[in-house]
Design a protein around this ligand. Sequence first.
Ligand code: FES
Ligand SMILES: [Fe+2]
Length: 417
Amino acid sequence: MLTAARNEMLTRVGPGTPMGELLRRYWQPVAGASEFDANPIKTIRLLGEDLVLYKDLRGRYGLVDRHCPHRRADLSYGWVEENGIRCSYHGWLVDQTGRCLEQPYEDTASPKPSKAGCDAKAYPVKECAGLLFAYLGPLPAPQLPVWEPFTWANGFREIVLADIPCNWFQCQENSIDPVHFEWMHDNWGSRLRGGDANAAPKHLKLKFEEFEHGFIYKRVREGQSEQDRYWTVGRVALWPNGFYLGSHFEWRVPVDDENTLSVAWFFMRVPKDREPYMQERVPTWVSPIKDENGRWISSHVINQDIAAWAGQGRIADRTKENLRSSDIGITMMRNRFFQEIDAVAAGKEPAGIIRSANAAQCIALPNMAREFNTEGIALADFDKDPILRQRLKEFRHHYGQPPAVRRAFVEAMGIAG
Ligand code: FES
Ligand SMILES: [Fe+2]
């Protein structure tokens, strides 16, 4: 249980709030690069700030204030040019550094060399593994961590976005919550498919550890032992707002205090006989979260999670909760956030910031599926693993995979559609 004041501290993300200041120290994934193939301008709301993300005609990304520096028209209704984005109201042109380059009427009627004072707020953007990351903190920006899976070859990757109407922190608490797999995904999932109730293997033992990139949770369930990788390797709650499960990442990106963008990046190694496989573009798609009756879609794994997160309320009231031993990891995580908030307030660099380019190049994380992802297996062997067999059949993580993405996946894997 937390006091209302501590809950506020964990959940408020706008400029100047303690958590907002902490989260601004980290690169945040905000979009898929392939989204900009069809439309070079996307509105972004991030940490309570309204922005536009655009790709100029030279292929450079810019993330600038959504409101034009002239009289605050919406730049998302502008257009991109060689050197930036132009406002459709009076034609001012702003580049990716926020510099105002042109003011057409002034430049004609009363030209002045300097446009000082007319710059827009702008933030750096970087592309990695098909994702676009933004950094809203003080400069110089730290290195963008290149997690090892971003460097893997011979894989089919896809990015799935979902707009979730609740605060990011309750989503991130799910990254360190092993017991929910048994109930939410196994028992509830089984009921939804008309199967046995409450028959999933029970959790017998949990362990939570901290490491330099977050937390690891380990578990033993009925039928497993301490030799199992669920115990010897475990899964990663990636600091500060990610979740890493061996073949995919999920980030809970704060839009504002009451909304979160779920950004998930998936990797599926192609069968050995399909190598070498080179993916031209990483597809990005948006997963719907509600059905036609306004209820949460519950057929897919992350959709089930979303039903839990959003069901906790726009901002979960942590003054009314009852934490028990299954929640030890959650308490560890909250305490770490409180400590890092204090560190930033004291002018210190918070945990997990990487300043050395070398150190950021290929960061290994605990991974239960390392051999499969880095060495690959033959197609015939997919059948021997129930998870891989299922993964070939359908995309179970998010509802609504577009047929074109399924077709590309089937083609990459060399399987029948
Ligand atoms: S408001 Fe954008 S150019 Fe005038
Ligand atoms: Fe889950």
